[in-house]
Structures are given as structure tokens and as C-alpha cells.
Design a protein around this ligand. Structure first.
Ligand code: MLC
Ligand code: AMP
Length: 506
């Protein structure tokens, strides 16, 4: 029987067919071909095997974006390991949780962070990889070319996601999840080997890794590979590219460049937005400036991509996320009964299909709680189906803040604030922000007799929380609004502070 066609095998086919084609085009003019990427991956594969990685073992990565980091992802898939990418902004405290929970065999970190992790866990091999491929990971010349025969159901990656309760949960995605979702997206967006993607997203989340990079690897396309978002660098690349994928903040920022015009974008065929709601006004402004209707799609870590506005054959409607991808089913149900609601009514969005993850890492009860008996996954997003059958995401049932496409879990920040001696209790909310969509505000009730200063609370959380999670404003209040059940009314707080960032320069 032919082996399951994984993302790695699709990449390997392109290595065989078009070895000299550029996979990465870098800002300094260098290119890295398909063959060169495979060679780096084979060296990393040999090193990981020497470190003792067996099929099913986790390989964690917290490194700056580089072609070698993608080769590390490929090498992990090649040998049957489970890839665990982690945000470079995570502090030591955050990392200790992920490492303790996922128990990886190897952690690959930036050379300057080696000291932070060298003794963190027994049996953890710590390798280093710098921005230019330096470090211990690529020290040896040994190569390993054999491909582990992964099945669709074998785990390929774990990505941590915020949950409604408790700490972050590791979503286990299988080779089948990645391959099926990638295939559906290639078809939906007509993405081919002729495409040249502007890749400016981080590669530790599904948007940058499983949408942008996987599609490029599987189609045999090329990517202009930027270390991070940079308005002018992206505008500069547009005449040499065909597709851009980004979070809404990308588009808010791009609209500020006077160079963004229809003539300048003439070579581009597609702009995609996702990970957070795109403002209808940005969609319209972008169309007016460039002639391109941004294609908005909807997904999440546990499910990959679920819905998309049409590439062709229908309008791309601002404020909607389109229809389900081929092979994926979407329904909107009543939260309590789980019954499907008529079109037009707002309920919880549920998803079923080959894109939906296999479960949370070592959390069978939490996994079971988020699936219906008929296999639909409860997303925690609230939506409705409009008259044209398009899904509109209207809010979130889960307590989550999305800032610039990064998910922030209020509970984690509240627990930290509550541990401060001058804090009796706290509520962390997301409020509208002109650039990041939402931003974090901490509402704090002091311990009787205390008057905590904003600065001391912010300094207190700074050591343990990645910068993007740190509150951008603190409000000290006498009491939190509660309902009759005693539950903090976050909606009331969100209303109260809704205008806090009005007029902040986006
Ligand atoms: C950076 N900062 C942020 C932030 N990003 N703060 C809040 N929210 C964010 N998203 C901080 C920096 O630490 C810095 O802090 C200050 O804000 C300004 O930094 P910057 O240099 O302007 O930020 P930049 O590096 O340009 O980053 C902004 C961004 C980036 C929007 C380009 O956050 C980004 O690439 N986001 C994409 C996230 C993503 O890939 N999400 C997909 C998740 S998958 P200071 O104060 O120290 O200066 C998913 C599923 C799906 O959701 O459907 O796709
Ligand atoms: P994550 O857990 O990081 O995968 O984030 C997934 C969440 O991002 C989803 O559950 C949605 O709440 C949100 N999201 C993703 N895409 C969109 C979109 N196009 N519009 C609105 N929300 C979105």
C-alpha cells in the first residue's frame, strides 16, 4: 500500500521534481532551494535521531524565524516526531509550563537562551539554532534521508491554545489533519507552484506554519520569507509576489502606506486575512485603494481552517468568513441543547471534518467535553449564517482576548495579578484597539487598605508574561460588577472601558 501522502512527502516530491527551485527568497537576496532545504532537514533529522528522538516524541522549538527553523519542522515530520513550536516571546515561567506538560525529548532554542533551559528538566536535550543557522543543531554533517511511514492518524504537531478553564491545552494535530486542510485550501484558493507568497507571519502558530508554509511546501511554490511583519518591506515585495496572508493588523498597517495603490499591487492575485475579525471598514478601504477584496477566512488551532470567502464564483463579503471548506461541515447550534438553529439566529459554531484535531494532549476529559457525541467540535465562537449561507462570527463564548492575532487567556493574567499582596481580585478583559483589534485591560480590586500603583502591578506580571499578554492599562476599582450568581460581568466591564483606546494612533 502506498504510504499516506503527508505534508513531508509532498515536499519531498517537489525536492525530487524541482530541486533547484527557490523555496525561500530572503530579504538579503539569498535564496534557499528545495534541495538545499531538504539537505538541511536531513542533517537536522540525523541530529534529532542521535539525540534519541523516536516516533511520537515531541521536539520543541523556540527560535527566531529562519529557513532552518522550517527545516527543523520538516525534519521532525520526516522522522515521525511531534513538532511543538513555541512563541519566542514566552518567558522562562511560561516555557516551564509547556516543557513540563509536553515532556519533549529535545528543545531547540536560540543560542542566547541556552542557559535558561540547560537544567530545566532531566532528560531534556537542549539544542541551539540561531537566525543564521548557527548553533549546535547543525554542527554535524551526518544525514538521515529515510522517511518515517506516518499514518493519517499519527500525531504530527502539538500547538498550545488557550482554553476556557485552567491552563493552556496542547492541541494534537495529526498528519491527516495537516494534509487534509492543506489540500482543501490549495483547491479553495487555487494556490499552485506558480505562486510567490509574502510570508511575514510568525511560524509558531497555525496561520504562519500550517496555512502559509504548508501550502507553499505542498504546492511546490516559493515564498518571500520575512523575519517579521514590516509594512515597507511587504509593499516593496508586492510587484514580485502573488499572495499575502496576514492577520487584520497587517492590513490596518498596510493601509497607512501611501505606496499601496492598485498599480503597485498589479502582480498580486490574492490577499488573505484571518486569525481575528477584519474590520469591514478596512476591507472596504483596501478594496478602494487596491481593487482587491481581501479574502477573509476563519480557523482555529484545534481545527485548522474551517471556512473561507470564495476565491471566485461569489462575492467576498466584508464582516463574514464565508462557507465551509471542502470536506468540512459547519453548524450553528443552541449552546445548551446542542440543537441546530435556523439560519440568521446566533449560536455556537461547531465544526466536523478531517481538519479537526484528535484531542488535547493528555486531557481526555477536556477533549470529551468539547466534542458532541456526533463528532462535532464546539469552537466557543458565536456566529450566525446569513441569507447567502455565509458564516458571520459575531463574538466569542470563550473568555479570550485576540490582540494582533495572538490569543491571550485572561485567566492566566488574573491568577498572576491575584497573587500580588495588594490585589484582592482582578478581571482581565479585551477592549477595542485601533491597531491590534483588541488589547488587554486589567481591572483590579485592591486588598483593603492598599492602593496599588499601575506600574508596580505591571512590573510584577512582566517577569512571567510574554510582552504581548501584558495589560496595556490598569483600572483600580472598589468592586467588580457581578450577576446574581456572583459571576463577574465581563461584558459590563468591556462596555465600561470600550473607549479607553479611542484616538490612540493606530
Ligand atoms: C507585538 N506586540 C504586541 C503584539 N505583537 N502586543 C499586543 N499584541 C500583539 N499581537 C508588542 C511588542 O512586544 C511591542 O511591545 C509592541 O507590541 C510593538 O511591537 P511591534 O514591533 O509594533 O509589533 P510587531 O512585531 O510589528 O507585531 C505586531 C504583529 C504581530 C501584529 C505584526 O503581533 C504578528 O505578527 N501577529 C500575528 C500573530 C499570528 O500569527 N496569529 C495567528 C495565530 S493562529 P513594546 O511595548 O515592548 O514595544 C490562529 C488561527 C487562525 O489564530 O485562524 O489563524
Ligand atoms: P487560536 O486559538 O489561536 O487558534 O485562535 C482561534 C480563534 O481566532 C477562533 O476561535 C476565533 O475566535 C478567532 N478567529 C480566527 N479567524 C477569525 C476570523 N476571520 N474572524 C473572527 N475571528 C476569527
Amino acid at each position: 500500500m502506498a504510504p499516506y501522502p503527508t505534508i513531508y512527502r509532498a515536499f519531498a516530491d517537489h525536492v525530487a521534481r524541482q530541486p533547484n527551485k527557490a523555496l525561500f527568497e530572503l530579504p538579503d537576496g539569498r535564496t534557499v532551494s528545495y534541495r538545499e532545504t531538504a539537505e538541511i532537514a536531513h542533517r537536522i533529522a540525523a541530529r534529532l535521531l542521535a539525540d534519541g528522538v523516536a516516533p511520537g516524541d515531541r521536539v520543541a522549538m523556540q527560535v527566531p524565524k529562519s529557513p532552518e527553523a522550517i527545516a527543523l519542522y520538516l525534519a521532525t515530520l520526516q522522522i515521525g516526531g511531534v513538532f511543538l513550536p513555541l512563541n519566542t516571546a514566552y518567558t522562562g515561567a511560561e516555557m516551564r509550563y509547556f516543557l513540563g506538560d509536553a515532556q519533549p525529548r529535545v528543545l531547540v532554542c536560540a543560542p542566547d537562551r541556552h542557559g535558561d533551559y540547560a537544567d530545566v528538566q532531566e532528560d531534556l536535550v537542549v539544542e541551539t539554532l540561531g537566525e543564521s543557522g548557527d548553533g549546535t543543531l547543525l554542527r554535524d554533517e551526518d544525514r538521515h534521508e529515510e522517511i518515517f511511514a506516518a499514518d493519517a492518524a499519527d500525531p504530527a504537531a502539538i500547538l498550545y491554545t488557550s482554553g476556557t478553564t485552567g491552563r493552556s491545552k496542547g492541541a494534537v494535530l495529526t498528519h491527516g489533519n495537516l494534509a487534509a486542510n492543506c489540500e482543501a485550501l490549495l483547491e479553495a484558493w487555487q494556490y499552485t507552484g506558480d505562486d510567490r507568497l509574502i510570508h511575514a507571519l510568525p511560524i509558531f502558530h497555525i496561520h504562519g506554519l500550517f496555512v502559509a508554509a504548508n501550502m507553499t511546501l505542498a504546492a511546490g511554490a516559493s515564498m518571500h520569507y520575512l523575519p517579521k511583519f514590516d509594512t515597507e518591506a511587504i509593499v516593496e515585495l508586492m510587484p514580485h509576489a502573488t499572495v499575502l496572508m496576514g492577520v487584520p493588523t497587517f492590513y490596518t498597517r498596510l493601509l497607512k502606506s501611501p505606496r499601496l495603490t492598485a498599480e503597485h499591487c498589479a502582480a498580486m492575485r490574492l490577499f488573505v486575512s484571518g486569525s481575528a475579525p477584519l474590520l469591514a471598514s478596512d476591507h472596504e478601504a483596501f478594496a478602494a485603494r487596491t481593487g482587491h477584496a481581501i479574502l477573509e477566512r476563519y480557523g482555529m488551532t484545534e481545527t485548522g481552517m474551517n471556512t473561507t470567502n470564495p476565491y471566485e464564483g461569489g462575492p467576498r463579503k466584508p464582516g463574514t468568513v464565508g462557507k465551509s471548506l471542502p470536506g468540512t461541515e459547519i453548524r450553528v447550534v443552541d449552546r445548551e441543547t446542542g440543537q441546530s438553529l435556523p439560519d440568521g439566529e446566533v449560536g455556537i459554531v461547531e465544526v466536523r471534518g478531517p481538519n479537526v484535531f484528535s484531542g488535547y494532549w493528555q486531557m481526555p476529559e477536556k477533549t470529551a467535553a468539547e466534542f458532541r457525541p456526533d463528532g462535532f467540535f464546539i469552537t466557543g465562537d458565536m456566529g450566525r449564517i446569513d441569507d447567502d449561507g455565509y458564516l458571520c462570527i459575531v463574538g466569542r463564548d470563550k473568555d479570550l482576548v485576540i490582540s494582533g492575532g495572538y490569543n491571550i487567556y485572561p485567566k492566566e493574567i488574573e491568577e498572576l495579578l491575584d497573587s500580588h499582596p495588594k490585589v484582592l481580585e482582578s478581571a482581565v478583559i479585551g477592549v477595542p484597539h485601533p491597531e491590534f483589534g483588541e488589547t488587554v485591560v486589567a481591572v483590579v480590586v485592591p486588598t483593603p487598605g492598599e492602593q496599588p500603583q499601575d506600574r508596580e502591578l505591571l512590573d510584577y506580571v512582566a517577569g512571567d508574561l510574554a510582552r504581548f499578554k501584558q495589560p496595556r492599562a490598569v483600572r483600580v476599582v472598589d468592586a467588580l460588577p457581578r450577576n446574581v450568581m456572583g459571576k463577574v460581568q465581563k461584558a459590563e466591564l468591556r462596555k465600561r472601558y470600550a473607549n479607553l483606546f479611542d484616538g490612540v494612533d493606530a
